[in-house]
Design a protein around this ligand. Sequence first.
Ligand code: SAH
Length: 373
Amino acid sequence: MELASVEAPETGRTNLIGLSRAALAPHLLAAGVPEHQVKMRTQQIWHWMYFRGVQDFDAMSNISKDLRHLLSTHFSLARPEITSEQISTDGTRKWLMRFADGKEAETVFIPEDERGTLCVSSQVGCTLNCKFCHTGTQMLVRNLTPAEIVAQMMVARDALDEWLHCDRHLTNVVMMGMGEPLYNFDNVKAALQIVMDNEGLSLSRRRITLSTAGVVPMMARCGEEIGTNLAVSLHAVRDEVRDEIVPLNRKYPIAELLAACRAYPGASNARRITFEYVMLKGVNDSLADARELVRLIAGIPAKINLIPFNPWPGAPYECSEWTQIEAFAEIVNRAGYASPVRTPRGRDIMAACGQLKSESLRARKNPAPAGAA
Ligand code: SAH
C-alpha cells in the first residue's frame, strides 16, 4: 500500500493525534506493524492516547518494547506548546497554544459548580469580522486541523490532571473560541468525532455545543453529520442592524437563517437551539427588539442566551445597562423562553466571550514604545 503522508523518521515523525481509527491503521501498517496485529494495535494505541492521555509510547505497557520503539521512531504524540497560561480571579483559565507552524490560538476553561466548560477554537483568527468581536480584528487566519482541535481538549485534560478521574471538571465543550466552525466543517467534524468516541475522550454529543454566526448552507449537514447541540449567534432582529454587526448576514439574512433553524435536524423541546444575543447599548437592546425576537423565533424549540457585551480596548460598542438587560430578558421569559443572562467569566484575563485573540502575537510584532504603560 502506498502512503504518501507517512513521513520518514529523518524528516519528522507523524503525529497520531487527530487521525481517525480508520486513518491510523494504514500508518501502523506502513511503519511495519504486522497486518494481523493492526486492528488490535490501533485499539490499544487509541486507548492510551485518548483514554489515558499518555504522551510517550513507552508508557503503553501492553505493547512490547520492540514495537514501542518502532512506534516512537515513526510517530509522535506531541501536543501544541502552551505559550502562556492565565488564571482569572474567578478560576477561568486561558491557554495560548502554539502549533507546529508557529500559529497560535486560544482555549479557555470555565469552571462552574458542578461542571466545567472548555471553549475551543476552530480557526486561527476569523474571517467574519463581527463588529463587536475582538477575534475579528486579528489578521492571521487559517483553519485548525482535526489534530489541533482535539489537542486543545487533551492539553486541558493534561493541565487539569483529569485523565483518570471519574469526577472530572471538564464536562462540556463549546465550539465558541476563535473562528467560525462551519467554515472549517470537515476538520471540526473529524475532531468532534474523536472527542465523542466512547472509547477515548468520550464526551457525549449532548455535552458539546457548536456555535455558528449562521453559515446557512452548512447547518443541515451540521445537524445530520455532527449531531451536537447548536448555538446560533443571532444578535439582532432586523437585517439593517445585523448586516452591520454580523456582516455574514448580507450573505445569509435573518429569514434564511431562521428557516435553517426551523429545519435543523434533531431540534426538539429536549434539544433546543440556543440563540446567542450580545447586548449592545442602543444598538440591539430595545424592548421592541425583544418583542421582535420572540415573534421571529416562534415555533422553534429555543432558548436565548443574553450575553452582556464584553468590551475590549478600542471596541466601538458599550454593554447595555443592567436594567435594560433585565427588561429585555423579562419579555423573552414571559414568552416562555428560558433566557439566562450569561455571567461574564475571565474578564480580567481577556478570556470572556469574544475577547479571544492572540495578543502576544501583536505585542511581539509591535512592541510598546519605551515608557508606555
Ligand atoms: N463564529 C462562531 C463562534 C465564535 S464566537 C459564532 O459566531 O457563533 C462565540 C460567541 O461569542 C458568539 O455568540 C459571539 O457573537 C460572541 N461574542 C463575540 N464577541 C463578543 C463580545 N465582545 N462580547 C460578548 N460576546 C461576544
